[in-house]
Design a protein around this ligand. Structure first.
Ligand code: ADP
Ligand code: MN
Ligand code: MN
Ligand code: MN
Length: 362
């Protein structure tokens, strides 16, 4: 029997891209073919020259439809099949290829906020809910609006075969998180965008919007991030500590380029409060949730593992953050290699910023 393929792509909305999708009925035994769409309706073309190409790049079972139906993540191409200007995946593919020998791996923690009637889901019509404190990983009563959507989304991701690793309620009422990983440079983006699409699609059935806004409510309320956990083969191997420190140092050499590409509104979120470091002051530290980059406590004990860049916004493009981290960290390691053979071993720098006392959470 013919089946349904939901073609998903990333549009050209500024400053933050949105997801689009449309359905194609594919004949039995055929693969979802290259398709197209009207780019003049998605901020990707002018009306006079409006055709854009949809190139399928990642496919998984569609958990919301029948057993043969699929979701198809696509790259947007120009009519001549070159990458469209809004296509950030193509550059991630190139970086992944260039630094393949490092075997970079990612896990991204996607935070987001449910909205209804113009305010976070479950918030009172007037005023504010009780202050932050009980919501993070909370349970019970009316504190945790949205759990039924989270449950449905988690199951959907599992049925689709995505690398969903867990979920938790966040610090602000109505804010939640799921994690996707541990996956390669391009795959983490493919799967995170697909999981975002599923979340928005499922929330639709509940009459709820999903916001990836970095600071949905101003004031003393947590923002929403997309902590990006990263490792190379060298970091994961025994004695990976030096490679982890070198990775932190490399991130410290290209601070602005990363900040400017980590999502709209990042300076409103990275204020130094609410478990963030100020965007302008790069720091890294063990177990330090008030630093830009955190080395998890367990990693410091084992002297191997991964680092967590805490700066990316919830609205970051995962293809962009993954490409930048690979280029910066693997790029520095690649150019340092010949030098370290001759020079004496670099002294291990423990950390730049003194570990601030941070609440044991997140
Ligand atoms: P926390 O909230 O304490 O920061 P989470 O449990 O939410 O931690 O997320 C941890 C993330 O670290 C997961 O997304 C996981 O995939 C990722 N991770 C674990 N090991 C590695 C690794 N070796 N390389 C890259 N990412 C990793
Ligand atoms: Mn984290
Ligand atoms: Mn979190
Ligand atoms: Mn987390």
């Amino acid at each position: 029997m013919a089946y349904q393929a939901e073609y998903i792509w990333i549009d050209g909305t500024e400053p933050t891209r949105k997801l689009r999708s449309k359905t194609r009925i594919v004949p039995d035994g055929k693969k979802p073919p290259v398709w197209g769409f009207d780019g003049s309706s998605t901020n990707q073309a002018t009306g006079h020259f409006s055709d854009c190409v949809l190139q399928p790049v990642f496919s998984c079972p569609d958990p919301l439809r029948g057993p043969n139906d699929v979701l198809v993540m696509c790259e947007v191409l120009n009519p001549d099949f070159t990458p469209h200007a809004t296509n950030t995946r193509a550059a991630a593919v190139a970086a992944a290829k260039q630094y393949a020998s490092f075997e970079p791996m990612f896990g991204i923690e996607q935070e987001y906020t449910f909205f209804q009637d113009g305010r976070p889901y479950g918030w009172p019509e007037v005023g504010f809910p009780a202050p932050q404190g009980p919501y993070y990983c909370g349970v019970g009563g009316t504190k945790l609006p949205g759990r039924e959507i989270v449950e449905a989304h988690t199951l959907a991701c599992m049925r689709a075969g995505l690398g969903i690793e867990g979920t938790n309620a966040e610090v602000m009422m109505g804010q939640w998180e799921f994690q996707i990983g541990v996956l390669g440079t391009v795959e983490v983006g493919d799967q995170l965008w697909t999981a975002r699409w599923l979340l928005e699609r499922i929330a639709e059935d509940f009459g709820v919007d999903v916001s990836f806004d970095a600071k949905p409510i101003k004031g003393d309320w947590n923002g929403a991030g997309a902590h990006t956990n990263f490792s190379t083969k060298q970091m994961r191997a025994a004695g990976g500590w030096d490679a982890i420190i070198a990775g932190c140092e490399a991130l410290g050499t290209r601070v602005l380029e990363h900040i400017e590409n980590y999502g709209e509104g990042i300076k409103d979120r990275l204020t130094g409060a609410h478990e963030t470091a100020p965007w302008s002051e790069f720091s890294y530290g063990v177990s330090d949730r008030g630093s830009s980059v955190r080395i998890p406590g367990g990693v410091a004990r084992e002297k191997r593992g991964y680092l967590e860049d805490r700066r990316p916004n919830a609205n970051v493009d995962p293809y962009v953050v993954a490409r930048l981290m690979v280029e910066t960290i693997c790029g520095a390691a690649a150019s340092a290699k010949p030098a370290t053979r001759r020079a004496p071993a670099k002294k291990a720098v423990a950390k730049k910023a003194p570990a601030r006392k941070a609440p044991a959470r997140r």
